[in-house]
Design a protein around this ligand. Structure first.
Ligand code: SAM
Length: 171
């Protein structure tokens, strides 16, 4: 009962499902991360940490962070990645986390949470790449769509150049 509470209770508020990214989606993520330069990657709602674990071993120049609302999942992710020196997992909500300094932010939450994340990034003046799993934004068009059992939507955001983004949706 306590286990159930620790894992699922936070999700009642965020309406984010406890699905995990599948291997296909993780492999797709690998195709656009740079192997020859430093970068900062955040898994916003990192769940068990499997995305962080899989990516960090293949991109030693990357710095990987995860933030997770569920205490039990945050603990699990910490254990899963404890040997990976380029991974850090934090317990907390992404909506009070400083998200501005990442090059890549990955999220697999819910349509509502993705819209909230976009607005939060806008407020912070985020410049970087946002990758959303399964639930695209209504507000703006994606720059790239990678279809699969879990489809990825990639947005290149530069909120200091807001005029470059037109609020229209691609099909
Ligand atoms: C669908 S799972 C995805 C897990 C992982 N990113 C993956 O792709 O395998 C979403 C996770 O986000 C967490 N979550 C939901 N809202 C959050 C928030 N506001 N801040 C941090 N984590 C959140 C949930 O607890 C859940 O573990």
């Amino acid at each position: 009962m306590i286990l159930f509470f620790l894992i699922f209770f936070p999700a009642l508020f965020t309406k984010a499902p406890i699905y995990l990214s599948n291997f296909e989606a993780i492999n797709q993520l690998k195709t656009f991360l740079p192997s020859d330069q430093d970068f900062k990657f955040l898994d916003a709602g990192c769940g068990t940490g499997r995305v962080l674990k899989a990516l960090s071993s293949e991109f030693p120049k990357g710095s990987f962070e995860g933030i997770e609302l569920s205490p039990l999942l945050a603990l699990f992710a910490t254990f899963l990645t404890w040997r990976s020196q380029n991974v850090r997992v934090k317990l907390g909500t992404l909506f009070t986390h400083q998200l501005k300094n990442y090059d890549y932010i990955y999220a697999f939450l819910s349509p509502v949470a993705h819209a909230m994340l976009y607005e939060y990034l806008e407020k912070l003046g985020f410049q970087g790449t946002l990758v959303l799993n399964s639930f695209p934004l209504d507000k703006i068009a994606h720059d790239l769509k990678i279809e699969g059992k879990q489809t990825l939507f990639l947005y290149k955001l530069n909120f200091t150049d807001k005029d470059l983004r037109l609020p229209e949706k691609k099909g």
